[in-house]
Design a binder for this molecule. Sequence first.
Ligand code: HEC
Length: 112
Amino acid sequence: MKNNPVIPYILIMAFGIGLIFFMSLDGAGNKKEEAEGGASTGAEDNSALVQTCIGCHGGDLKGQANAPTLVGLDQERIVDVLVNGIEGTPMTPNMKNEAEAKAIAEYISTLE
Ligand code: HEC
């Protein structure tokens, strides 16, 4: 393998691939910064709260299949359902504790 003429090219290629990889990581990081910089109200954190709801209630929480819309519901209703559940449905009791349920209800009340 000594003095194999291909080795320098392989090294350059490996270096290039590594560079592209790190540059793409940097780009992804910038996007995240942009998203967080845009609204520093913590709105992103709240939308993370409803990640589990989205699977059944739809991406915009406006309902899908047999899960109804959550947008426009009373905050009290949302807290009640999350803590006490709806018997015989996928909304089991204690899905969230009261504090989480309130945060979720508040977040949903900001949606239209
Ligand atoms: C496994 C699927 C599933 C998940 C996950 C889920 N839901 Fe539901 N949810 C349902 C279904 C189905 C119903 C309708 C129950 C019925 O038939 O009354 C419902 C009903 C509700 C209701 C009552 C709606 C009304 O009109 O009174 C609320 C409030 C609710 N869900 C909130 C949530 C929230 C908030 C989350 C996330 C923390 C969530 N759900 C996660 C399936 C789900």
